[in-house]
Design a protein around this ligand. Structure first.
Ligand SMILES: [Ca+2]
Ligand SMILES: [Ca+2]
Length: 485
């Protein structure tokens, strides 16, 4: 109670301070993306085995958004949405092949870094922030969103040269688009790509930017497949100590298409891990990559804490979507259940976010754009679909549970208000079939309640939040695919 009332006072004071502050561009922004990181982070609690001291330490000084969701469950659409500020249903960007520069809806929009760059900020970036697309006109034939920043550093580093490697192989089963393989690379951590990106970002914090505030974006590429990181990160997780993730083999039986046939079946990667008995090996490799990503992020967070920018820099650390590791008989992203919709999201706004708080408000990565604009005193961007949660950051216990939307491909949507998850499989495959899960009694989303008449009103309430319009898919890339998706 004492804690609650002091929290309330802090929130109240901060609220007053915010209201009285002149709208100036006093904040810098450090924007950190971690590719394919799910909630297997100590402070997120998705897997108790995860060793993430740097993110956890940062969370103690910032705020964990415990119920944060992505706008899309694959890299391209999620990143395009949060960077343009628009939902997939409004842009037609549904897959990794849809370049936002080729969509009639988005090609002229000011993306988040451009919005800051055009309004007095110096913008710089390294690593994957925008989704990569093959483009003959871009440097190295790759559009990485370089055009959105004043400076772009293309970090090099090797995760090649294997000390050992594992890959589950079963005749007749393919591993899917990205190689489902892992092992220890020979390169020392200091010679790997994510370390190089983080070190570059850390070094920039010694600079001045001609008196301008900065917007710096850092993209970490692990734990994206393939899971090749130095041995020391595998050594953190002895294989015989790994606790395997629980899943139910009958879990997909209650998710049916409109014609009554099963909508989903176990994926090829799941079958590979299952039939070779390599679930623990795969889960250990993901954990190793999570700890590697955490180590790299620590380099820039430590540098920020020691820099002159420590007290006037907003930090947002986010994963672009979740990842299944055997749940729903799947290894990977995609689909619309909690495991792929929920993302790690840690925020620190000096003098606004009370330290060490876990916030249960429902936020979407789509909301980052208007929130950063709001916090930095820039004029609102009328094109943004999301909403600013700056108020929530100052007062994390306030009610903030409007259903938030996640989309996967054309016409498939998922909504959650923190209690329920409603899924509308409106695409061709699902034919309008529905799912409903109640997290109060079923946090693993095992039991689909959509056909239970007791929940008719809940579904009715959620349906009102489905997009009224679903923009047809924008043109796909005609250029060669980039190596990493
Ligand atoms: Ca991703
Ligand atoms: Ca089920």
């Amino acid at each position: 109670m004492k804690y609650l009332s002091s929290m309330f006072c802090v929130a109240l004071l901060v609220g007053v301070a915010l209201a009285e502050q002149p709208k100036t561009k006093e904040y810098n922004v450090l924007f950190i993306a971690i590719d394919d990181l799910n909630d297997w982070v100590g402070c997120l609690g998705g897997n108790q085995q995860a060793i993430t001291p740097n993110l956890d330490r940062f969370a103690e000084s910032g705020m964990v958004m415990n119920k944060a969701y992505c706008p899309g469950t694959v890299c391209g659409p999620s990143r395009s949405s949060l960077l343009t500020g628009k939902q997939s249903a409004n842009t037609g960007l549904y897959g990794n092949g849809n370049n936002l520069k080729h969509s009639e809806v988005t090609k002229e929009l000011e993306t988040l870094p451009e919005y800051f760059g055009n309004r007095g900020y110096h913008t710089l970036s390294t690593g994957k922030i925008f989704h990569k697309h093959g483009d003959p006109k871009a440097p190295d034939g790759m559009d990485q969103g370089q055009w959105a920043f004043h400076e772009f550093f293309d970090a090099k580093g090797g995760n090649q040269g294997m000390a050992w490697e594992e890959e589950p192989k079963v005749e007749g089963i393919k591993s899917g688009g990205s190689r489902f393989a892992w092992g220890a690379c020979n390169a020392p951590t200091e010679k790997t790509k994510d370390y190089a990106s983080s070190k570059w970002a850390a070094d920039q914090l010694d600079r001045d930017f001609d008196g301008k505030p900065f917007f710096m974006a850092l993209g970490i590429s692990k734990p994206h497949l393939p899971w090749f990181v130095p041995q020391e990160f595998f050594d953190m997780y002895p294989l015989d100590k790994i606790e395997q993730v629980k899943f139910r083999r009958d879990d997909l039986d209650d998710v049916l298409r409109a014609d009554g046939k099963p909508l989903y079946k176990p994926t090829d990667r799941f079958l590979l891990a299952d039939q070779t008995g390599m679930h623990k090996n795969a889960q250990r490799a993901y954990l190793a990559c999570v700890s590697y990503a955490d180590y790299c992020v620590g380099v820039v967070l430590d540098a920020l804490a020691k820099s002159k920018y420590a007290d006037n820099t907003i930090v947002m650390i986010w994963g672009d979507h979740g990842w299944y590791l055997s749940e729903k008989m799947h290894y990977g992203k995609t689909h619309l259940w909690e495991e792929s919709c929920r993302v790690p999201f840690i925020v620190k706004v000096p003098s606004v976010t009370p330290p060490g708080v876990k916030c249960e408000g429902i936020v979407n990565l789509l909301d980052m754009y208007p929130t950063l604009v709001d916090l930095c005193g820039l004029p609102p961007n009328k094109d943004n679909d999301g909403r600013s949660f700056a108020k929530l950051l100052a007062n994390p216990s306030m009610k903030w549970n409007e259903p938030t939307l996640t989309t996967y491909q054309y016409k498939n949507h998922s909504l959650t208000d923190g209690r329920y998850r409603y899924i509308w499989n409106g695409g061709k495959k699902g034919g309008g079939s529905e799912e409903l899960y109640d997290h109060e009694i079923d946090p693993q989303e095992y039991t689909n309640l959509a056909s239970n008449p007791e929940y008719k009103d809940v579904i009715k309430r959620f349906k009102k939040y489905l997009p009224e319009h679903n923009e047809p898919e924008s043109p796909r890339n005609v250029h060669p695919k980039p190596k990493q998706r």
